[in-house]
Design a protein around this ligand. Structure first.
Ligand SMILES: [Zn+2]
Ligand SMILES: [Zn+2]
Length: 430
């Protein structure tokens, strides 16, 4: 087929009807787990001031450096399509004085994010995330609870083989010492790392640890580890987090080089993975489903008073693909009955009948575009309904309707205005 003139922009995708059932079950599970843990929904605009991300996410992060979609408004404001949720929600927290509410404040949101990335499997330029944030609690119990929620959502979706990578990247007290040690380690290796990392050694050395290039990973394997540089406060916090995780039987690995690509993290960082295709030797490896951490300094950076905070973002597109690989979606409720009609008068009468069934909360399938009874019954058969209602010309004249039991083929005629009640009885009797 010739290439169509109009297709989705590079790296963006449609979510087709066949994926919507998965999407709905993912959102349903994520929202019910969040509600259980006391989270409330918040929605923020898709566009924000670009400076919000430059300041918060960080100018030397990949996201701000090369992945933001920015635009200038007619009024001259520089706005960005949100590349992540955390800065928006922190901004909203400050703007609406949520620091006056009883703490902690627990919020969740979901929706599209935009990052100009090199498109590859499972990586989109318009991606979808489920995101939670907790404000006003510095305890490691919160960090553990976030990890527990993340895992609970995946488990409720019947995903197995989940692994959590955790690390602490310290805070403003201890990280500078680590940075110094890391720079001095990397200094005489600047020609052994990729060109991006050569620059990062000067601008943001921790991000060298995050680089996916083979040669940079090699260099990384000998690098000093943050854990050896943690101050007492950060060390205690991390130890406490691991104790909570142990207590909750959460499957974690300590990854001493996990840093996450954002500037604002302090102490806890984590990432969650699911095995790509458990039991299938042809498809090895893990799928990154999201991650998060603590960011105790961001509120102050935005001009608020110091407020401890932590959160995570879950990649919905990734979870969807993992769920599709590992399990089946919970079937959308299939219609219980089918309404077949013969002739224009019957078609007209059936419109009202649909509304009556809808009010009675009984799902009815139809095939108004088909005129032959045989084609309609074949459709009903395919849908696996238990009963088919048949509204023919004669039934229209004497205000009745035929109810056919699909298995046995038994039929009976009832008054049209009693059809809903009759069907209720039949369905309940099953
Ligand atoms: Zn590199
Ligand atoms: Zn520290």
């Amino acid at each position: 087929m010739a290439k169509l003139k109009f297709q989705t922009p590079t790296g963006m995708h449609d979510i087709l009807p066949e994926d919507q059932a998965y999407l709905r079950s993912i959102m349903k599970v994520a929202e019910s787990v969040s509600a259980f843990y006391g989270f409330q929904r918040i929605d923020t605009p898709i566009l924000e001031n670009a400076e919000l991300y430059e300041k918060g996410t960080g100018v030397s992060t990949d996201i701000v450096e090369k992945q933001m979609y920015t635009l200038k408004t007619r009024g001259g404001d520089l706005l960005a399509l949100r590349p992540e949720f955390t800065p928006n929600i922190v901004r909203s927290f400050l703007q609406h004085g949520m620091y006056n509410l009883p703490q902690p404040v627990k919020l969740y949101t979901s929706g599209p994010l935009f990052r100009y990335e090199r498109p590859q499997e499972g990586r989109y330029r318009q991606l979808h995330q489920f995101d939670v944030e907790v404000f006003g609690d510095q305890s490691a119990a919160i960090d553990a609870q976030l990890i527990q929620m993340f895992v609970a959502i995946l488990k409720d979706l019947k995903l197995s083989h989940i692994i959590v990578e955790v690390n602490s990247i310290g805070d403003s007290q201890c990280r500078p010492y680590y940075k110094k040690a890391l720079i001095s380690y990397l200094k005489n290796k600047q020609y052994a790392v990729c060109t991006d990392c050569r620059r990062r050694i000067k601008t943001n050395p921790l991000r060298v640890l995050d680089c996916k290039e083979e040669k940079c990973q090699q260099i990384r394997s000998q690098a000093p580890q943050m854990i050896d540089y943690l101050c007492q406060e950060c060390k205690d916090h991390f130890k406490s987090l691991l104790e909570f995780l142990d207590e909750a039987d959460l499957p974690y690995h300590l990854d001493p080089y996990l840093v996450r690509g954002l500037d604002y993290y302090t102490k806890t960082v984590f990432e969650v993975f699911a095995e790509r295709s458990p039991g299938n030797p042809d498809e090895k490896g893990f799928l990154a489903l999201g991650g998060g951490g603590r960011y105790d300094g961001l509120m102050k950076l935005y001009g608020g008073r110091e407020t401890p905070a932590a959160g995570f973002g879950m990649g919905i597109d990734r979870v969807l693909s993992a769920v599709k690989r590992q399990s089946l979606p919970s079937e959308p409720s299939s219609p219980k009955i089918f309404l077949a009609q013969l002739g224009d008068q019957a078609k007209k009468k059936s419109m009202k009948l649909f509304e009556e069934f809808r009010k009675a909360n009984i799902s009815v399938a139809e095939s108004l575009g088909r005129d032959s009874l045989r084609a309609q019954l074949a459709r009903a058969d395919k849908l696996g309904v238990s009963h088919t209602l048949i509204l023919g010309q004669r039934e229209v004249l004497d205000n009745s309707i035929v109810i056919r039991t699909m298995g046995s083929g038994a039929q009976k005629t009832v008054k049209l205005n009693e059809a809903v009640e009759e069907v209720k009885k039949l369905i309940r009797g099953k």
